[in-house]
Design a protein around this ligand. Structure first.
Ligand code: FAD
Ligand code: NA7
Length: 516
């Protein structure tokens, strides 16, 4: 179809498609498959511009290629190192072990390749047109696209869904050839070696965690607090664990591994209250970093690294969409404010990481996409609920949570109206290898004014994600503390702790444990 902009109420048959989706990641694939299943003519455009280091990848977006999937697999690779150590205590005669980064990357990338292929097959089976072309708007109902050979085309659609996600933020003051981001890490051909991770959130701590657990030195440069937005007690406990510290029986933070017979596990060094000042490449390909205090002040230190990994947040990829030509408003970070996933332009919708003020998580993008398609084309009225979304940070000690952080709960309900039940605990499987007694912790935040309804749940320990997924359902259903107490535990599991929490923070009674 050609011609100028079509009126918004033009018959759907007048356009090339009923719906064009820009971005074939978690959200874009979900919304396009659902809309097609509901009988609509749908096209999805997905194109990956190479990172400054030249990395590119296939269909499926961030999660599959440079996010959740390779991250979780490499986290698992790191945990296996610890499992091999633990196995000795269980009687296994384990010889000298080494880790091959190259083997891990090759196998992880093979799996990703199979997922990329699987998505193409799914789109074909579900009659969604897939174009490996980069899209931008030229008018309200038309996009112009460009493929990798520079060939341009235009397509029209009745509706659009912007699902173009985000890419890592780069430090404008540092030469990008001197560092990498999460876009590059998971496909690095050689091990990163001694690594400085800049940033102290989700991506930074997860990557530093598995790098150190794979046997390389990892330092984290944290300019303020860890895991901004997450419960700070839990976040600081993660840092303590990564630094090789944990609470003793009296609740004091001590270094582990120092005591005789104590645990020896890989640690990560934190450079706190600091930001990068300069990075200089050395003749042998290393990078010398100088850092200064984050209040902008004096130079604090310098060190030389094999790799610098920046994980200082992500920018929405909306800058290249020419959204101003169609009047879609964006915030300073490039994200869009939406109402029920609708932008300020009625026939243009947004889902996933590009929505302003919402969680950047794969299942959130998928759920929002599916529900949007069902509302648009299936007569559904079901809205996406962005509250009480469970999530997990895959640091060496995993952290799962759902509902409010303690800080947010206090702000919302008032400290006097909350009761926090908490406990340190030791997974049974940690006892034989004598792993730290009080590194694992759980707390349940309850609203006293509402039958002790659980408004926040937080757990630090092995398999935290698996536990939190189940608890997430209960919390979403409005479970009270009594509901958890009345549920019979599964023994001996870590999860049974949710049924036995007794000590309240307000009582001041020690919640630490020493052994089983
Ligand atoms: P994306 O998946 O980013 O997809 C957007 C797609 O659009 C991309 O393929 C992009 O190349 C393409 N595109 C962009 N612009 C255009 C254009 N103009 N034309 C055509 N195509 C375009 N979430 C979790 O739930 N659990 C985790 O454990 C987790 N771990 C993560 C680890 C890392 C290191 C990172 C970076 C993220 C992680 N996330 C995790 C977040 C998760 O990956 C994102 O929330 C999710 O991928 C967002 O999906 P999306 O559909 O919004 O965008
Ligand atoms: P986040 O969650 O946006 O966090 C960014 C982190 O980087 C945070 O610790 C920031 O510190 C820090 N930061 C930001 N700018 C700088 C500079 N210039 N120097 C040093 N440190 C800086 O980003 P992530 O990449 O971890 O995660 C983004 C999403 O991807 C996340 O929601 C996951 O779902 C996947 P601050 O706290 O602001 O001081």
């Amino acid at each position: 179809m050609s011609g100028g902009p079509l009126p918004d109420d033009a018959p759907e048959a007048g356009y090339d498609y009923d719906m064009i989706v820009i971005g074939g990641g978690s959200g874009g694939l979900a919304v396009s498959k659902e809309a097609s299943a509901l009988g609509k003519k749908v096209a999805v455009f997905d194109f990956v511009k190479p990172s400054p280091a030249g990395t590119t990848w296939g269909l499926g977006g961030t999660c599959v290629n440079v996010g959740c999937i390779p991250k979780k697999l490499m986290h698992q690779a790191g945990l296996h190192g610890g499992n091999i150590e633990d196995a000795k205590s269980f009687g296994w005669n384990v010889g000298a072990t080494t880790h091959s980064w190259e083997t891990m990357v090759s196998n992880v990338q093979d799996h990703i390749g199979s997922l990329n292929w699987g998505y193409k097959v799914q789109l074909r089976d579900k009659a969604v047109t897939y174009k490996n072309e980069f899209a931008k708007f030229v008018d309200a109902h038309t996009i112009e696209t460009e493929d990798k050979r520079g060939r341009k085309k235009t397509y029209t659609s009745r509706r659009f869904v912007i699902a173009c996600g985000g890419r890592p933020t780069y430090d404008a003051d540092i030469d990008p050839s001197l560092y990498i981001t999460s876009d590059d890490l998971f496909s690095l051909e050689k091990p990163p070696g001694k690594t400085l991770v800049v940033g102290a959130s989700y991506v930074a701590l997860e990557c530093a965690g598995f790098i150190s657990h794979l046997g390389m030195e990892a330092h984290v440069m944290m300019r303020s607090i860890p895991l901004r937005g997450f419960d700070q007690q839990m976040s600081n406990m993660i840092v303590d664990y990564m630094e090789g510290k944990a609470a003793d029986a009296d609740g004091n933070i001590v270094s582990i591994g120092d005591s005789e017979g104590g645990e020896h596990r890989p640690t990560t060094q934190f450079i706190k209250g600091a930001v990068v000042d300069t990075v200089v490449g050395t003749a042998d390909g290393k990078k010398t970093v100088t850092w200064k205090s984050s209040d902008g002040g004096q130079v604090m230190g310098t060190d030389t690294y094999d790799t610098i990994l920046y994980a200082i947040g992500r920018q929405a990829c909306t800058g290249a969409l020419a959204l101003d030509t169609v009047g879609v408003a964006t915030e300073r970070n490039g994200k869009m404010k939406t109402t029920c996933e609708q932008t300020n332009v009625p026939h243009i919708y947004a889902i996933g990481d590009v929505i302003y003020g919402q969680l950047e998580l794969t299942p959130v993008a998928i759920q929002a996409g599916r529900l949007l398609a069902r509302r648009l084309f299936g007569g559904s009225t079901m809205q996406m609920d962005y509250d009480q979304v469970p999530t997990t940070v895959f640091t060496p000690i995993e952290y799962g949570c759902t509902g409010l952080s303690e800080e947010d709960a206090i702000e919302k309900f008032g400290e006097e109206n909350l009761e926090v039940f908490h406990s340190y605990y030791q997974p049974l499987e940690w006892t034989v290898p004598h792993k730290q007694d009080n590194a694992c912790y759980m707390k349940m935040i309850c609203n006293k004014l509402d039958s002790f309804r659980v408004v926040g749940f937080h757990v630090l320990g092995p398999n935290a994600g698996e536990i939190t997924q189940g608890v997430g359902v209960a919390v979403k259903c409005g479970a009270t503390k009594e509901d958890f107490d009345n549920t019979v535990g599964i023994h001996p599991t870590v999860g049974e702790e949710i049924t036995t929490l007794e000590v309240t923070k307000s009582s001041g009674v020690e919640a630490t444990k020493s052994g089983c």
